[in-house]
Design a protein around this ligand. Structure first.
Ligand code: FAD
Ligand code: A2P
Length: 285
């Protein structure tokens, strides 16, 4: 793991990109995952769990030489109260954006469109007692935001963060974050013993193995924390992963009689894609 950090007063003073923000720190977690922090636009308000469009300028057009912003959706991984914005990113070697974004350095600028949106927000759920965050891969990013938000612990007695990845090195960002919360001077007292973390791998031996969906269905996670079976009156779920994961957890929820929520119509569970599938692009602007 490698780290770079910058104090804010060292940041470049003059933005040269549209909606430019300056990179203040970068951590590479393994060959295909990194996280970074950027300055936060003063006017940007968001709800923990939302996503924004970020990116870099694309290559110059071969004939006109004009450059257009190359933007992708990214969950904000930091909580709504944080002075900076944090992102947790995949490195896709031939990905138009992340093939370049993975090489950013402290002091560089990225583009950040200040229009946060998303369904993984506390407002999209009906009141409940127990919150399940279910995620795979970089789908942990919106929950990295929410588990640092005091409002989560004011609204819920218990929070279960269940994260499945192929390999152990992919769990490190989440595991380190969870471990840091108990002693965090700002959020520690809200977290207390409410946050329960269950991380598994599927393609490498680790202390806990298996797909989160199987472990939910067969009651392994509930048993680990001495929780009752999933119940629509008390339990709420937020889901963020591949399309397959999202559909499977949606099925588990609907089988338990839960309805999907949205910003306009809160329900018992909410779902968001952690990325768009092979060969598909989505325009959120
Ligand atoms: P793209 O052309 O966008 O993707 C190439 C291929 O790589 C995709 O077809 C897919 O198969 C795979 N891929 C893309 N992103 C991922 C990923 N995150 N995990 C596994 N495989 C992937 N990405 C993040 O890294 N962190 C986030 O917080 C994040 N939040 C998102 C929130 C939303 C609502 C959506 C829709 C997507 C999010 N993404 C996130 C995916 C992100 O928008 C880009 O797809 C990703 O940065 C790769 O960009 P690219 O241009 O390099 O490759
Ligand atoms: P597996 O290794 O058994 O495929 P991916 O990189 O394909 O998005 O997968 C990330 C992690 O999510 C992997 O551990 C993968 O397990 C797991 N996963 C993929 N699809 C599902 C699903 N439908 N339900 C539960 N876990 C899934």
């Amino acid at each position: 793991m490698t780290d770079q950090t910058l104090t804010l007063n060292e940041a470049k003073p003059v933005p040269v990109l549209p909606d430019a923000q300056t990179v203040t720190s970068i951590t590479h977690h393994n060959d295909w995952l990194f996280s970074f922090r950027v300055t936060r636009p003063q006017s940007l308000r968001f709800r923990s769990g939302e996503f924004v469009m970020i990116g870099l300028m694309g290559d110059p057009h071969p004939e006109t030489g004009k450059q257009k912003p190359l933007l992708r959706a990214y969950s904000i991984a930091s909580p709504s109260w944080d002075e900076e914005l944090e992102f947790y990113s995949i490195k896709v070697q031939d990905g138009p954006l992340t093939s370049k974004l993975q090489h950013i350095q402290v002091g560089d600028e990225i583009i950040l469109r200040p229009k946060p949106v998303g369904t993984l927000v506390l407002d999209a759920l009906l009141p409940g007692n127990r919150m399940y965050f279910i995620c795979t891969g970089t789908g942990i990013a919106p929950f990295a935001s929410l588990i640092r938000d005091p409002e989560l612990y004011e609204k819920y007695d218990e929070v279960i963060l269940a994260h499945t990845c192929r390999y152990e090195s992919e769990l490190k960002y989440g595991a380190d974050l969870v471990a840091s919360l108990a002693d965090d001077p700002l959020i520690g007292e809200f977290v207390g013993d409410k946050l329960k973390y269950y991380a598994t791998t599927t393609r490498e031996n680790s202390p806990r193995m298996g797909r989160v969906t199987d472990l939910l269905r067969n009651g392994t996670i509930a048993k680990e924390f001495d929780l009752p079976p999933m119940n629509k009156d008390t339990d709420r779920l937020m889901v963020c992963g591949s399309m397959a994961l999202n559909l499977d957890v949606k099925d588990i929820c609907e089988t338990a009689g839960m309805t999907e929520g949205s910003n306009s119509m809160p329900g018992e569970f909410v779902v968001e894609k952690a990325f768009v599938g092979e060969g598909v692009t989505e325009n959120f602007d």
